[in-house]
Design a protein around this ligand. Structure first.
Ligand SMILES: C[S@@+](CC[C@H](N)C(=O)[O-])C[C@H]1O[C@@H](n2cnc3c(N)ncnc32)[C@H](O)[C@@H]1O
Length: 226
């Protein structure tokens, strides 16, 4: 599938897939959206000092980069596990400007994140360990002992990819969510909110990033509060 590098409103780039008529991030600002939905509502909201993050759709590595920066700034020993069905080639990655826009340290982190081999855990920096998994979430089997604290659900939109936004997938993730886990996504669709609620997450609608009224956050209520 062809991917084109395009500009978004905050100056950061994203990728556009003409065949799907879909972008990897909001055209109203890629970095702004990632910070709002995944960092502020997810990573920064969760209390763990040693969080395990699971991301659906590694894509450009932007969420990984912003999380690595936050992990260093907040000194939280973070494990970031991401699944991606279609890893990007280096030619496209080199055209993305996330590191350069943020800082020299961010540019180094971005390079390390992309240089990391797939399928192995790599310590990227003092507080950030990365595992990039090449695979298809729709047939992926998690280890039963796996527990995620923070889930970044960043698949393409529900209208474009219904096979990724359904109770089978959501239950699969719920079953590997730790007590008090948070599940964040940019979608605010009522149907998605109800499906996540039916899995067992307690759902909140939060203000969305620029260009979107709302987003969703689910919390796995710990048994002690039942
Ligand atoms: C909205 S983009 C993700 C953006 C990414 N989080 C970032 O920061 O750039 C959706 C991603 O999900 C990936 N994807 C699509 N179907 C998938 C599947 N079945 N399993 C795993 N990843 C998939 C796409 O290739 C794409 O990289």
């Amino acid at each position: 599938m062809e991917r084109k590098v395009i500009d978004t409103a905050d100056g950061s780039k994203t990728l556009f897939i003409p065949e799907m008529d879909e972008q990897y991030h909001s055209v109203n600002g890629a970095i702004t959206e990632s910070n709002h939905v995944f960092l502020n509502a997810g990573y920064n909201h969760h209390q763990s000092t040693t969080p395990v993050v699971f991301e659906v759709g590694f894509g450009t590595g932007l969420n990984a980069l912003l999380t690595a920066i936050a992990a260093e700034n907040q000194k939280r020993q973070t494990t970031f596990i991401s699944i991606e069905k279609f890893p990007l080639d280096q030619k496209l990655i080199h055209q993305l400007n996330y590191g350069k826009l943020i800082s020299e340290q961010a540019e180094l982190l971005f390079k390390e994140i992309h240089a990391a081999n797939w399928g192995v855990k790599v310590q990227i920096s003092d507080f950030f360990t990365l595992l990039k998994t090449e695979g298809d979430l729709t047939n992926f089997r998690f280890e039963e002992t796996q527990k995620f604290d923070i889930i970044y659900f960043d698949a393409f939109g529900p209208d474009k990819q219904p096979d990724m936004w359904n109770p089978v997938i959501f239950n699969k993730i719920y079953n590997v969510s730790a007590e008090d886990a948070v599940f964040v996504t940019y979608s605010a669709k009522g149907q998605i909110r109800r499906q996540l609620r039916d899995c067992g997450y307690s759902m909140e609608r939060l203000p969305g990033p620029p260009g979107k009224r709302q987003m969703l956050r689910g919390t796995k209520i710990s048994k002690k509060n039942d």
